[in-house]
Design a binder for this molecule. Structure first.
Ligand SMILES: Nc1ncnc2c1ncn2[C@@H]1O[C@H](COP(=O)(O)OP(=O)(O)O)[C@@H](O)[C@H]1O
Ligand SMILES: [Mg+2]
Ligand SMILES: [Zn+2]
Length: 327
């Protein structure tokens, strides 16, 4: 899990706890002004613990006393709830209202991360990605197969049928995603839906609580280069995030500058993640021949032997949408 995101999520959850306690205190103050009797009952309740302690220390048999205490306690609680209701408050008005009762907003249950913390991690991940992309517009639900109807692909295939299969494949990929999932190479011409589908996968995988990084190859390599040659900042280490995140999506391979630095960086990312068994999704406008021409053998062989390639076919949907809007 990305540590910065994790830390931020934990802070959010713990801030909720603070908030719950502050609100609880405010309600207590409010009620004590209006129903002083309740304050008395509550202070009686609060003494239960010290009474118990005193009992234990006295050496007398506690079973019977314990029962009496318990009884008193229940009665006091009852009384308090009744008073509240009579004054127009809900019966649980003086309870602490945690956002997540399961972990009382600590983020942990026993020694595990609570689901509320996991949800927060996912939410922050999505927000980070949303900053740069139109993620919310790119879901499976928003992916229409109609754009591919009545088109024939470069090898005479029916685009609708091909894309229907690819859509199904991507849906299943997202649904069954784990850190052991295969790596995908989505290739095809501009505007056929490569970015859309990879973002749709990202969307779902993030919602499952996985740590996903999505960006264009240009941006990511640019960040790494800056960190490499500029002020090295340990806490902002893009490369190590890319090497370790649960799912990495590299968009638009082939648009980056053809430099030694970029080539060795790409190789490092592709190779390290394959060695770790971590999935990567790469999208590109390049076809097999272009990739062979543009990249060194050690990259080419890994992409074609170890990634599952899916060729997207059809027309430029961006263009089609634009034309539809204009007519
Ligand atoms: N099948 C589709 N249904 C709806 N919108 C689509 C579809 N395919 C692509 N788009 C939209 O068209 C635009 C271009 O698609 P995109 O995925 O960026 O293409 P690519 O990455 O293949 O160049 C985007 O706005 C995308 O949301
Ligand atoms: Mg794209
Ligand atoms: Zn929780």
């Amino acid at each position: 899990m990305n540590e910065d995101i994790f830390r931020e999520a934990l802070l959010t959850v713990q801030a909720r706890r603070q908030q719950a306690l502050v609100e609880y205190e405010n309600r207590q103050n409010e009620v004590s002004m209006e129903i002083p009797q309740i304050t008395e009952i509550n202070s009686q309740l609060a003494q239960t613990a010290s009474k118990l302690l005193a009992l234990a220390q006295s050496g007398r048999s506690i079973t019977e006393a314990l029962e009496t205490l318990q009884h008193e306690n229940q009665e006091a609680q009852h009384l308090s709830a009744n008073l509240l209701i009579r004054h127009g408050y809900p019966a649980d008005y003086l309870d602490i209202h945690y956002h997540c009762p399961k972990c009382q907003d600590t983020g942990y249950t026993q020694d595990r991360y609570c689901t509320c913390l996991q949800d927060e991690v996912a939410a922050i991940g999505i927000r980070e990605m949303n900053r740069q992309t139109h993620l919310t517009l790119c879901t499976f639900a928003q992916f229409s197969l109609e754009y591919y109807r009545n088109f024939t692909g470069p090898n005479g295939e029916d685009c609708y049928t091909v894309m229907q299969k690819i859509l199904q494949r991507c849906r299943k990929y997202a649904e069954k995603f784990s850190t052991n999932s295969e790596s995908l190479l989505l290739y095809g011409k501009t505007g056929v839906g490569k970015t859309h589908l990879s973002l749709a996968i990202a969307n779902e995988v993030i919602q499952k609580g996985y740590n996903v990084i999505y960006d264009s190859v240009i941006n990511l390599l640019g960040n790494i280069e800056q960190e490499h040659f500029g002020r090295a900042n340990e806490h902002d280490d893009t490369l190590s995030l890319l090497l370790n995140c649960d799912l990495l999506i590299l968009d638009d391979l082939g648009t980056e500058f053809d430099t030694t630095f970029n080539a060795s960086c790409l190789y490092n990312i592709i190779n390290t993640r394959l060695n770790k068994g971590l999935p990567t999704i790469i999208s590109t406008n390049l076809d097999y021949i272009d990739i062979r021409a543009q990249y060194e053998e050690r990259i080419v062989s890994r992409l074609f032997a170890l990634y599952t390639s899916l060729q997207l076919v059809g027309t430029d949907v961006r263009l089609r949408k634009k034309m539809q809007n204009e007519t």
